[in-house]
Design a protein around this ligand. Structure first.
Ligand SMILES: Cc1ncc(COP(=O)(O)O)c(C=O)c1O
Length: 389
């Protein structure tokens, strides 16, 4: 089956829902039983079937089945947000005394959770250079249980050599968990590259319409699924019924949306690259990008989320550039149908690597006509140049 066909049909079982194409939204907390015997039997298999709203419903099972099939994993777990999927994975797989390796380019709230919260529970984090590749071996200690990767970084876009990292981690008894939100399962197949647990902030491209918070964790095997499911269920961070439905609904158009995000994003990136005010564009699909070769080897596409560094520009000039844009909103997110832009200068937190010297900006390319977006950006660059004189 080709990828687009999978996206259209994964997790759907109309025969179980009186022929309805989509599963109904189960609004449920309480599940009742006819007999004590049935109740006791259900308790023996706590995470199978519908037992209590928090543990899952036929709607969340459908989303989990669909995302799992696309990621190419064994089984998935839906959560209240992308961050809940990340923290749920970390807390399930780590305990006091363990050591964790996290890419320096990681999404900032992930970094903060490791540095400020896991540390209080006796779990030590070392942040590593995202370009470390097989060199990760030197940082792995006897207590290292997990290597966390995010590729590319969602502000700085370094592409990680995940097969090399996974090989070294596995040889030393550590697992690999990945934030795969940028690529989605359509542009990166994590389990074929050595990842053990793949995380989607489904809030972004899977939901795709900027109207719901949702996360999905996908595991390589049943033992990992059991461990993470038990921990996530114990913490109570289940996804809401409507959010799960919006995730399923968004998923059906993921392939066509990503194609357009990719095409328009590349058009914008090439335009930005042509501007004299720009020092470099951070977009792995552009030949010449430092991550291009690994991206070409491991990924099958690039959505329209990319960054760029300016040669110069005062805060006031950058603000004039961004404030006056007509078709880009200022917003700390991405993955929806609408274009977004943010200044990222000062927002990049590093301990193992360096922050860019010049002002930096990130663009999420939405589904508007790319020519309108380019004309808007061109006017923005004129404001930047006028403000920098
Ligand atoms: C790369 C990445 N991972 C995870 C998340 C967290 O997702 P959520 O906002 O659903 O908690 C985000 C959100 O911006 C993100 O950019």
């Amino acid at each position: 089956m080709k990828r687009d066909t999978r996206v259209a049909h994964a997790g759907l079982h109309p025969d179980k829902h009186q022929g309805a194409v989509n599963p109904p939204v189960y609004h449920v907390s309480t599940v009742t039983y006819d007999t004590v015997g049935e109740m006791k039997a259900a308790e023996k298999r706590p995470f199978e079937g519908m037992r209590y709203g928090r543990f899952g419903t036929p709607t969340s099972f459908a989303l989990e089945e669909a995302v799992c099939e696309l990621e190419g994993g064994h089984r998935s777990i839906s959560t209240a947000s992308g961050l809940a999927a990340i923290t749920g994975t970390l807390t399930a797989l780590l305990k006091a005394g363990d050591h964790l390796l996290v890419t320096d380019s990681v999404y900032f709230p992930t970094r903060r959770f490791c540095a400020d919260h896991l540390s209080r529970w006796g779990i030590e984090t070392t942040f590593y250079d995202p370009l470390i590749g097989a060199g990760i071996a030197e940082l792995i200690r006897p207590q290292t249980r997990l290597v966390f990767v995010e590729s590319p970084g969602s502000l700085t876009f370094e592409v990680q050599d995940i097969p090399a990292i996974a090989e070294q981690a596995h040889a030393r008894g550590a697992l690999v968990a990945m934030d795969n939100t940028w690529a989605t399962p359509l542009f990166f197949r994590p389990f074929e590259k050595g990842v053990d647990v793949s995380i989607q902030a489904a809030t972004k491209f899977i939901v795709g319409h900027s109207d719901a918070m949702l996360g999905v964790i996908t595991c390589k095997d049943q033992a990992l699924w059991q461990r993470i499911k038990a921990s996530v269920a114990a913490a109570g961070v289940c996804a809401g019924a409507e959010e799960v439905y919006l995730g399923l609904r968004g998923l059906r158009t993921l392939a066509v949306r990503l194609r357009q995000h990719q095409e328009s994003g590349l058009k914008l990136a090439r335009f930005v690259q042509s501007r004299p005010e720009v020092a470099r564009v951070m977009h792995p699909a552009l030949p010449g990008d430092p991550g291009h070769e690994i991206w070409k080897r491991d990924f099958t596409g690039a959505p329209g989320l990319f960054g760029f560094e300016l040669k110069r520009g005062s805060n006031a000039a950058v603000e004039a550039m961004l404030d006056g844009l007509e078709h880009f909103s200022l917003g700390y997110s991405w993955g929806g149908f609408e274009s977004l832009i943010i200044p990222t200068t000062g927002g990049v937190h590093r301990s193992a690597t360096k922050v860019a010297a010049g002002p930096t900006i990130r663009i999420h390319t939405g589904l508007e006509d790319p020519d309108d977006l380019i004309a808007d950006l061109a006017r923005g660059f004129e404001r930047l140049a006028a403000g920098s004189d």
